[in-house]
Design a protein around this ligand. Sequence first.
Ligand code: SF4
Ligand code: SF4
Length: 74
Amino acid sequence: MKRAMIDPAKCNNCSHCLVAEKCPTKAVIREEATDKPWIDFYHCRGCMKCKEFCEHQSIIEETKPCDGGFSPGW
Ligand code: SF4
Ligand code: SF4
């Protein structure tokens, strides 16, 4: 299974995060307006379109083997 993660070391904490705006499943979460965004694995479908949206190349592709859907978050 493929999922996207935001690398906090590379994330520029843009005031207008295009990843949050354009993610088709609205999987990007920002607890507070000043917090760096993160991706909710439950809502991310692994389309990896966010790689194109983030101009700071902060999107990481994570791949894990399918476990039949029994592990929370994966
Ligand atoms: S666009 Fe990229 S660098 Fe900017 S806040 Fe979003 S994830 Fe972070
Ligand atoms: S991989 Fe797709 S669904 Fe997941 S955060 Fe990126 S744009 Fe959204």
